[in-house]
Structure formats: structure tokens, C-alpha cells
Design a protein around this ligand. Sequence first.
Ligand code: ADP
Length: 596
Amino acid sequence: MKKLKHIIDNGIYLLRLMRSCSVKTFYLMLIQIPVKVLFPFLGILLSQMVVRVLTESGDPQELIAGIVIIGGLLITGGVLDQYTAGSLQIMMSMVQSGLEERIMENEITADYEELEQKSKSGIFEEAMDYIWRNNSFIPRSAENMVELFSGLFGFLLYAVVLSELHIGILMIIIGTTLVSFLFADLGAKERRKMGWNIATRYITKLHEVSSQPKAGKDIRLYRMGSWFEEKFQDYLTQSRRNFHGKIARKNFKSGWIDAVMRVVRDGVSYGYLIWILYQRRIGAADFVLMTGAVAGFSEWVTKIAVQLANTGQMSAEISVIRECLKEKRSGEETIPSADWKLELDEIVFDHVFYRYPGSDRYVLRDISFTVKKGEKLALVGMNGAGKTTCVKLLCGLFAPTAGRILVNGRDVSEYGRREYYRLFSTVFQDSAVLPVSIMENVAQNRESIDADRVKDCIEKAGLKQKVESLPQGYDTLLVPELNSSGITLSGGQMQRVMLARAIYKGASALILDEPTAALDPIAENRIYMEYNRLVNGKISVFISHRLASTHFCDNILLLQNGEIREAGTHEELMAINGEYARMFALQSYYYQENMG
Ligand code: ADP
């Protein structure tokens, strides 16, 4: 019962989605249903009429009139069917694009925390797989609905025509049909039970990885090719065993049961009709009508069974797509955007705890600090200490599991996300470059670009010489995979573009999350010092695992296993001669050794 409610709920959701993308699609689908039911029925009526006139009145005029009327209706029905089917195909592509757009929009606007989770669970890939599989999701689901409803209406119409038959015969027809139906979706049930198959996910992922030059280097140099092939073979075998084995066996069983039921159904009903014709309880014309109706009835019944099985599968697919489109918004945004200024005076972490969704391990524990306008904060510590997580909380990408983050005295969750994000210029280690020009990448828009400012920022980021040496200068396109004339910048140069982008945005807080990891320590130190000069009067947060890069900061927090181990200025931390001092000494020894 719950399952049925779920299927109906998903069906209504789909119809609403179609109607919101294209109202015409919705009406075309509605027209198709009676056309699909009445079209074959008119054919049976025509045969009945011909036999009746020939065996009873024998009036040629009546015959011609009947043929003209029913024939006319048949032609009209045929044209209508073709027209609606053709128009539907065009409309469907609109609805399909609408759905894809919504998923894309959701990927862009969803809470970042949710995006990370969804991306990890592979739900976006799964939804896109359903959306593109077998002639696309929308045409498939629309066909499923039209066929299911025409099956149901056809069933009712033919049941009325056959109502004069012995009730036992009708029961046998319905009974055998139900058996067919009950066993019809064994394969689909099996598929649902397995869920989004893990082997299929691995196959997709292995394909993705092996086609990327990034992994291609390692695969070749570390001779991982045969390992990849072996894994691929394993998963292919698993997938074959699951899908083509288990599901095919179940489908075979369903098909076999259905065939037996058909033989029983047709044998009993046709046998009975011949019997009552022989006894002259019905005339030849009604015999023709009823044999046609019995054959049609079985067709409708089979159609209902098949479509119900498909409906279960479609419903499971809709659930995944709905999950993808579901938006979770964290916190109550209560401050109207017009009411607050784009200036940061103070950020306070007040006993903040954080654990990633689905994990029971806190990666940040009891973090408290304050950073005020004009101050420079450094977060240092080994890899995995929790620095990036801290920054993501600070920028509003994640919400604390416990504790509070106060910005200008108010809880972060009270600010609207879009406006809040405007407060931060960030450079992460793994920032994305867009497939547009260097100029547009820095300005992050295409319309109102201040070209002089872009050039100035590129210069400040230390990339002027390189960009100006390119034949197309600032108009050089990036991401060669998407632009045939695009170029690939080195990791360090790319980071400088990102740095220029952050300077261009000129937000109230500037955050560098080890963007210089691709650079050598001396270059990193230089960039951090230059950046230090650029950010006067703002809040800036520097993250690094190289302690020498952040020694100029007003406050340095040494994170260890998600906790603040030591805090103070460089001098203070050196003076207490604790973990910071130990790491600093170790690192300078190492760098001197390697550079000396
Ligand atoms: P750092 O920036 O200091 O290198 P991170 O903040 O990236 O450290 O990571 C802190 C801890 O959180 C690590 O143990 C890491 O494994 C874990 N972690 C990071 N991202 C995720 C995630 N998306 N899901 C679960 N755990 C994560």
C-alpha cells in the first residue's frame, strides 16, 4: 500500500514537472489516451458491421455508409495519432531539457555540504544515467503513462463489450491476467533490490579515470594498466552476473508464466465463443465483435501488466531524480540583504564542533577564536588537521555541528547565502578554472569587466609577463578540452590566475587556503608577503603547512587533530618552545638542507 502511494506520488510529481515545463505536452498526452483505445476498437466495429450487413440485411447502401463513417473515423484517428505523437516528441525534448536544466541549477545552488555528500554518493551520476538511458527519461516516462492509462481504459471498454459473456470466462481472463501481472516485474524487482549497482558505478568511474591524462601518466609509468584491466574485467563480470544473469533469469521466468497464462486465457475464451456460436446463442456479427474484443482484451491486460512493471522502475528512477532536485537549506536566513553591509568587522568562532554528514568522528573540536578587521590570522598544521574544514565553515559552505560562528555579532545562519558568499575572496587548492578567457576567469563575469583592473590584479599575482607573452594575451582561452584554441597553464600559473581573481573580487575577507602548494617554499613565501601588503585593512586568513610562510600573521593557530593546540604570534609561539617551535625548527632545517 505504501509502495502504491509512493508510485502515485511520483506519478503526480512527474505530471506536475511536465506541466510546468510545457503545458502542451500534458494535453497532447491526454489526447493520445482515447486515440490509442478507440483506434483499434473501430477496426473491430468495422468487421462486425460488415458481417452484420452481409448476414442480415444485405443492403449495399448500409454497407457503404458504414464503411465511409467508420473508415472516416479510422483515418481521422490515424492522423490524430500521428500528429500528437510527432508533436509530443518535440515537446518532450523541451521537458527533457527543462529537467536537465533543473538538475544543473540544483548542482549549482544546493548547499555546498549537500553537494559534497551527493557527489560522494554518486546520485548525480545515477540521475543523469536515468535521464539519458534508452531514449531519454521524459519520453520513456510519458510513453509509460500514456500506455498504462490507455491500457486501463481499453480494459474497461472491452470488459463492457464482453460483459454478456459467462461470468466464469471473464473471471478466467482476469485471473490469468493477474497471474501474469504478479510475475511480470520479477526482473525489475530484482533490479530495484540491487539498487544502483556498485559494479556499474565502478565501471563508470574506471572509464572516467582511465580516459583522463591526469591518471593516464600514473597508469603508464606505474604500469597500472593490467591492474586496471583486471579490475575492469572483474566488475564487468560482476555486472554481467547481476544484470544479465540474475535479471535475465527472472525475466525469462516472467515471460514463461505469461505465455502459459495466455494459452489458458485464449483457449478458454475462444473455445467458449465457438461453443455459443455453434449453439446459435450469438450471431456471426457478434462472434466477430467478441473474438476481436477477447484478443484486444488480452492485449490491454498484457499492456497493463508490462506498464505496471515499468511504472515500478520509473518510480524508482523518479525517486532518485527527486532526491537530486531536493534542496536542503541550512539555517533560517532572517536578515534582509538590504539591511547589512558588505564590510566585515569581526568573525568569532565560539566553541565550534564539526563532523561530516554520515560520519561520527568530529574533525573539528571546540574551536574558538576571534579575528577582527585589519587582522591577519594563520591556520597552520599538518595535512588533515582540519584547516580546510575550518575555512569552509568560515565561508558559510558548511554549518557547524555544534557551537556558533558569529559575523559582525550575528549568527552566520541568519545571513542569506548569496550575499554572505560575497564577503569572501578565497583561493583554494583545488579551485576550478572556467572554459573562458583569462580576463573572464579573473573578472568572473562577461559583461562589465574592468580590463585595467584585471591587468593590475594579474600583475599583483605575478603573472603579467607570462600572460602578455601569449599570442592572445588576456583573451587567451583556458581549458583546452572545451576550447580548441585553449591553453593549459601549469599548476603554479593557474594558482596565480586564481589569486588574481581573488584580488579582483576585493571582498571584505581574503582567504588563501594553501593555493601555493604547487609552488616552491620561496615562491610561496614571496606571494604570501606580497599578498600581505595587498590586504591591509581587511580580514585575512592564511593557511599553510609551511610555517615560514605565515610568520608575519597577528595570530597563528596551530591545529592538530581538529583541535587548537597552540595560539599566538610567531614570536610568542617560538618563545613557549612547544609543538610550533619544534615544527618550525624541523622545517627550516629541512628547507636549508635541500636548498643549501
Ligand atoms: P587540512 O586542510 O588541515 O589538510 P581538512 O580540513 O581537509 O584538513 O580535513 C580534516 C579531516 O576531515 C581529515 O581527517 C579528512 O580526512 C576529513 N575530511 C575532509 N573532507 C571530508 C569529507 N568531505 N568527508 C569526510 N571527511 C572529510
